[in-house]
Design a protein around this ligand. Structure first.
Ligand code: NDP
Length: 249
């Protein structure tokens, strides 16, 4: 039996791309998945597809910037499936633009979703993981969280934050003996709906060209999440950089 089977896994940003692919992959491996994102009709469709394939899924509208909605999806996992074993903090936006374009609303929105969304998700689940002395927090950072890219000052900063936060979470839970595992994923170009969040024309065009040339399928990232969860409970595989073999940047 795999170490995924029977686990209750909450996935944020589950309505498309990496989150959707991961939900389907984990459900195939026997996890009970709890899907959250703002587009409820997409969640319903994905949950139906999972159930039609013999999997188990629940879903609820979730805006990760709202603490109460993060708390509510943890409650949904408990009331529907009896607990929560893992959370995949994956919701994110990438409104790439040069700073000189002064898209200050997007700067703040990026921090709200990519940084505060992760804080809110962890705040919702950490008391449960601490009390039960087990749990798994997985987060989607980015290669932009490992190196700097022009156009991604704020996005990259939000993803550098995720790296630091996840590493300290890992160290503190080890110090405290709460057995909470962590995994941080650093994807490069993956073909999803992410580029739709770019409003700056020049940036959108440049990114679309790169993704068309190099982008890989979100199932590749789902494989890595499944690998992390499937490890024995005493083993924490912590960081994964995953991208197209052909991507030179
Ligand atoms: P998608 O745009 O396909 O998916 C993003 C998901 O985040 C959607 O489900 C969206 O759902 C959700 N989301 C956005 N804002 C919120 C919010 N406020 N509350 C809840 N959910 C929200 O792109 P990806 O699958 O690519 O993105 C997933 C993660 O991967 C992101 O964190 C992204 O930064 C990261 N990443 C992606 C890379 C790539 O090349 N694709 C590379 C590196 C990192 P909805 O709109 O329904 O709320």
């Amino acid at each position: 039996m795999s170490n995924i089977e029977g686990k209750v896994v909450i996935i944020t940003g589950a309505s498309s791309g990496i989150g959707e692919a991961t939900a389907k992959r984990l459900a195939d491996d026997g996890a009970k998945v709890v899907l959250g994102a703002r587009r409820e009709e997409k969640l319903e469709q994905i949950a139906n597809e999972i159930e039609a394939d013999g999997g188990t899924a629940a879903y609820q509208k979730l805006d990760v910037t709202v603490q109460e909605e993060n708390d509510a999806i943890v409650e949904l996992a408990k009331s529907t499936f009896g607990g929560v074993d893992a959370i995949f903090l994956n919701a994110g936006i990438m409104p790439t633009a040069p700073l000189s374009a002064m898209k200050t609303d997007e700067w703040h929105q990026t921090v709200d979703v990519n940084v505060k969304g992760v804080l809110n998700g962890v705040a919702a689940v950490l008391p449960t993981f601490t009390e039960q002395e087990s749990g798994h927090v997985i987060a989607t950072s980015s290669v932009a969280g490992l190196k700097a890219y022009p156009g991604n000052a704020v996005y990259g900063g939000s993803k550098w934050f995720v790296r630091n936060f996840m590493e300290v979470l890992r160290m503190e839970s080890a110090q405290e003996g709460t057995n909470i595992r962590t995994a941080t994923i650093y994807p490069a170009a993956v073909n999803t709906e992410l580029l739709n969040s770019i409003s700056h024309e020049g940036s959108a065009e440049a990114m679309e060209g790169l993704y068309e040339q190099h982008g890989i399928s979100p199932e590749r990232i789902a494989n890595v999440v499944a690998f992390a969860i499937d490890q024995p409970d005493d083993t924490n595989v912590n960081e994964f950089t995953v991208g197209p073999t052909t991507q030179p940047w």
